[in-house]
Design a protein around this ligand. Sequence first.
Ligand code: SPV
Ligand code: MG
Length: 290
Amino acid sequence: MTAGARFRDVLAKKGLVEAMAAHSPLSAMLVAEAGFDAIWASGFELSAMYGVPDVSVVSMTQHLDMTRAMVDRSGLPVVADIDTGFGNAINVLYVIEQYERAGVAAIVMEDKSFPKVTSLIAGGRQEMVRIEEFQGKIDAARAARRNKDLVLIARTEALIAGLGQDEALKRAHAYEAAGADMILVHSKQKTPDEIEAFVKAWDGKAPIALVPTAYPQMTVARVRELRKIGLLIWGNHAVRASVGAMRKTFAQIRKDGGIHGVEGSIASVEDVFDLQGMGKVKDDEKRFLR
Ligand code: SPV
Ligand code: MG
């Protein structure tokens, strides 16, 4: 079964795919361990991991390499955040071929112009491409995928750009008409009102994907009540958890002048050995080293 088929299977059986962000194979493994359905190969997280802004500075190959490693190590369906598709429809042809070959289950492509600016930044410069142009990019993605199981998710940034519900709905309908399997609609409002209004007004067939980072009142239970949601993405909680944990640990070590105070609050070396599969290495040594 392809990763895309597995994603579609979870959606059919559970009615909702719950994805958690990751930025590395290790974080992707922890997403799997926690029991989420899928990995969100977040552009924001990877940019933050490289210490650079999420403004199309991280290259397609950097994101692709990390995504491939996350596919390999996590065993979960991976939803790849390909931003704007790294260019125009011609670039998208190549991008889809590469990501499908890397084994992703789904791709999310957004209707902003390249280079993009991260969505949740206050006062961000949010420039969109024309509807027809983005339809061409969806068309290119459809033409490039070898297997129809690969889930193509079109993301509209109309609400992020402040263009209003009508524009968001118009774009969502246009993207569904162009063949998107799912529509992601993003919002940076501090409450779910804007998104709930969109969802209530949505009369298309494609399920909706949400990234409720800015409006944390949106729980799994509330999403299920909305019914039309097929994918819920917890967008950046892996990198934010890491930043918080590292800051706390580093500060404590500086304060204590040693590492004795942090042992109880960080993962043990054995824990990390387990994640790395050192048990198997020992077994393999017995078996193969002669
Ligand atoms: C990401 O995680 O890279 C996203 C979600 O695209 S957001 O950063 O909220 O735009
Ligand atoms: Mg992103």
